[in-house]
Design a protein around this ligand. Sequence first.
Ligand code: ZN
Ligand code: ZN
Length: 583
Amino acid sequence: MDIHAMRHSAAHIMAEAIKKLYPEAQFAFGPETENGFYYDVKIPDGAIREEDLPKIQKTMREIIKGKHEFTKKEISREDALELFKDQKFKVMALEGLLKDEKTVSIYTQNSFTDLCRGPHIENTGHVGAVELSRIAGSYWLGDSQNEPLQRIYGLCFETREELKEYKRLLEEARRRDHRVLGKKLDLFSFHDEGAGFVFWHPRGLSLYNLLVDFIREENIRRGGQEIKTPMVLSVDLWHKSGHYENFRDSMYFTSAEEREFAVRPMNCPGSILVYKEHLHSFRDLPLRLMEMGHVHRFELSGVLHGLFRARAFTQDDGHIYCTPEQMEGEIVSFVESIFSIYSVFGFNDVEVFLATRPKDSMGSDEVWEMATDSLKNALEKNGTGYKIKEGEGAFYGPKIEFNIKDCIKRNWQLGTIQVDFSMPERFGLEYIASEGERKRPVMLHRAVLGSLERFIGIFIEHVAGAFPPWLAPVQAVIIPVTDNQNGYSELIAEKLKAEGLRVETDFSSERLNKKIRQAQLLKIPYMIIIGAKEEEAGNVSIRLRTGENINGIPREEFVAVVKAQTISKSHDLWPEKSGSGSE
Ligand SMILES: [Zn+2]
Ligand SMILES: [Zn+2]
């Protein structure tokens, strides 16, 4: 079954049902979507309301049961104008988009005929599971100057089970929304005073910094060095780099002492100035300069979406300067590092794409071909399967993109590595080769997690806010059963803090159950319950976030467990005991 034809056919069926219930209805366009279909409609002097959807759906079911054939006919544009004379949007389409066509095709099922290019399924009975989901506003041709329309959305899958599974995942996504969890867990906030910019709270920044520490360790372990360059740089530099020409609509500008500056949208030029400060020998290469680069990119307010799409974010950016001969080896080891780092977060399903030359690009055909080939060769050497994304490279070079799948089967693009022959040319980068002659290095732009902010958003949703012990902003909360244990609890807290654990105490006047519930809501991995028994024995009782209890163990044992789980970056809270940390 062709799912695309099926979904689009469901749109025709919905239009027929609407026409039956609202004979005056005017129809615009009704395409398929990635999980179903929609149709833009206009009910003169009226509207379809949410509570009308069930009856439209019921009528659709009857049409589906009727197994009516979809029949196609080619007719002249003039005949079509006559046939659709009561459908003003069809007339506008025939006189607009289709004005140069001699003939057009129409499809009929049961009592309904639509202007359509097709294709369609054989008969209405082949439509699987359908459910009308929601109503939104739209405009004719998507232009807010035009007539407003109603967009009726439907879900459509081959089977009931697939539709059910889709709805379950949708509900899961809603439950895991990082904007909601970010508030509940007190990680970050957004404010009108700086729309699109993240305000990190203590807990969120703790998580952010732990992530940065991890990336730094990985970078050093793999022979990288770290730099930090300015956020505001002269506009001349952005002209020279080509960013002004290709990126200025997304850039913020400022001026001082009658000079124009731009807030950086990318970190490359800063890194290049650092490279140019020395005359490098081939012996210094490859030079791997990493930067936690905070960048600003203007986005329209309508597309902002929490940490997923913000106007400023930090890239775990890096630039590798190497000889053309070293390039492939560098790409090979970068690809390896990607797979190893992603697995730490539980992202083991990684898809690889090779993005090729876009329409607006700089550099010669020859250079593009060479760069694309070296990326291909590196992937083949790694034995990594990949797909091609035609024309989706950066304006200065082709790139490899790494996509992960989260636990609710959504795809996210995270890391990239791109080959750039053009920036070294523009900036006159050089190194001294073995024979003493000056040569151009190749520049590789690379990022593992991409935007750290966005990555944190993705990870929050992946684990539903239940961070593994190594990333949990607060690893343990100490809860005395009564006020009598406050002193001993304080003592334990100090000892654990001295061991480097991130610990809080809950001395509030709430009842024990309420305190446990509160810690549970904050998804704190370990609750340390201190009663008279524990104080007397000089030990601790642990309640895990997963609900299990480990009673009366020495404090040192608890510290050892947390440290071991932290070092191994395990998602489990207790060795061979509790299940996953992503409940
Ligand atoms: Zn159609
Ligand atoms: Zn770069």
